[in-house]
Ligand binder design. Structure first.
Ligand code: ADP
Length: 409
């Protein structure tokens, strides 16, 4: 079965076509600048030169049609006809409290996703455009949705409630939801497989450290607590996001700097984090380079960044009353041995022993970076959210097909 994975943004659309018999990627690509006059489609097939096509793509339905044209293209395509796409899986950021797991799309699911627009105004409406665009182009192909929040729906109220008037939770569902769930789910499963231990037996902290960053306490395979909150602003320091801060900073800054609420919101989301403290960049590679050249602000930014990850790991070890495994993933977590070292340096009290050589080894594979005698295993696991979306979609479509064939006619 071939599964097309779609991640639709407001002006972009990423895709990957999977052959599920081997879980291999047949082709992948990106449509950028949707709605502008010169949209760009970039299409990649392993072992072949990248294809770039510039054209006018005014909305998502055309973007999906262009993608399908490319996938079936005589020269650059990988399938003969769109009939070879048996299912489509979509990434959806917010599933609220409604969706605890991935589901096949029907009219009711679409209605529920629409009800959640308020909670993710930048993301969910764009995902819906992607869903409708696929429906228009491939009306007979089943579609599934995989939510970034779903994995965290196992959190107990002690983790997900904020200590504010409960009426706000009841009326508006203001609570911690957590994000990057697909990644935390994927890397925790992969880590357990790598260790050859049942996931249900492990106390794990997974650290998804990319432009956005979050830590999750995974107790016996289920999300127990996570650092991002009602929105992806809470928790760790990030590329441009502040992460945790005293909420009183917001009204104080508004008064002192004569800013509007929207301006402060934008400051905390887009002009804070690594970028603000280093004064150099939101990109970790550039911050590390500046630090190595003696820039003290860059050093401070790097150290604050690592310190906060370490604090969350420590907090979650206490929350779970123990810790067996730490997983690092995403752009920085997978690639920066320096950051991993800085985080682990202060965790020796847990019996964690980093193996310098293993930590510095360059590899795209899942690997252990602690010594064989370390009491806590630290792993680097390359994340693959698209593969998990493809797997969930495949499983749901197969289940539905089986249920249908078992129904007496
Ligand atoms: P996104 O959240 O946008 O998916 P990524 O997971 O791709 O982000 O992570 C991007 C971050 O990874 C950037 O800060 C980038 O500098 C960092 N990164 C990538 N490679 C390295 C590296 N070799 N060393 C340090 N940081 C790296």
């Amino acid at each position: 079965m071939n599964v097309l994975v779609i991640n639709a943004g407001s002006s972009s659309l990423k895709y990957q076509l999977y052959d599920m018999s081997t879980e291999s990627v047949l082709a992948k690509g990106l449509v950028e600048r949707i709605g502008m006059d010169s949209s760009i489609l970039t299409h990649e097939v392993e072992g072949q030169p990248e294809v770039r096509e510039v054209s006018e793509i005014l909305e998502h339905t055309t973007a999906v049609r262009k993608v399908l044209d490319m996938l079936t293209h005589r020269k650059f395509g990988v399938i003969d006809s769109v009939d070879e796409i048996q299912a489509v899986g979509h990434r959806v950021v917010h599933g609220g409290e409604t969706f605890r797991e991935s589901v096949l799309i029907d009219a009711n699911v679409k209605l529920e996703i629409r009800k959640l627009f308020d909670l993710a105004p930048l993301h969910n409406p764009a995902h819906m455009m992607g869903i409708v665009a696929v429906e228009t182009n491939l009306p007979d192909v089943p579609q599934a949705v995989v939510f970034d929040t779903a994995f965290h729906q196992t959190m107990p109220p002690t983790s997900y409630l904020y200590a504010i008037p409960m009426v706000l939770y009841r009326k508006h569902k203001i609570r911690r939801y957590g994000f990057h769930g697909t990644s935390h789910d994927y890397v925790s499963q992969t880590a357990a497989e790598f260790l050859g231990r049942p996931l249900e037996s492990l106390k794990m902290v997974s650290c998804h450290i990319g432009n956005g960053a979050s830590c999750t306490a995974i107790l016996h395979g289920k999300s127990y607590d996570t650092s991002m909150g009602m929105t992806p602003l809470e928790g760790l320091m990030m590329g441009t996001r502040s992460g945790d801060l005293d909420p009183a900073v917001v009204p104080f800054t508004i008064n002192k700097e004569d800013l509007t609420l929207n301006e402060v919101n934008s400051m905390l989301n887009k002009h804070s984090g690594l970028l603000a403290v280093s004064g150099v960049s939101s990109d970790m590679r550039e911050v590390v380079q500046a630090m190595n050249e003696g820039n003290e602000s860059a050093r401070l930014a790097f150290e604050m960044y690592a310190y906060r990850i370490r604090k969350y790991i420590g907090a979650y070890a206490a929350a779970m009353n123990g810790l067996d495994v730490i997983v690092f993933t995403a752009g920085i977590g997978e690639n920066s041995d320096l950051l991993r070292k800085k985080v682990c340096e202060g965790l020796t009290f847990l019996g964690l022993e980093l193996d310098e050589e293993r930590n510095q080894a360059r590899s795209k594979q899942t690997r252990r970076i602690t010594t064989d005698s370390s009491k806590v295993d630290v792993l680097v696991v390359p994340t693959n959210e698209e593969l998990l979306i493809a797997r969930d979609t495949y499983r749901l479509v197969q289940k539905a097909a089986m249920a249908k064939s078992e129904t007496p006619s």
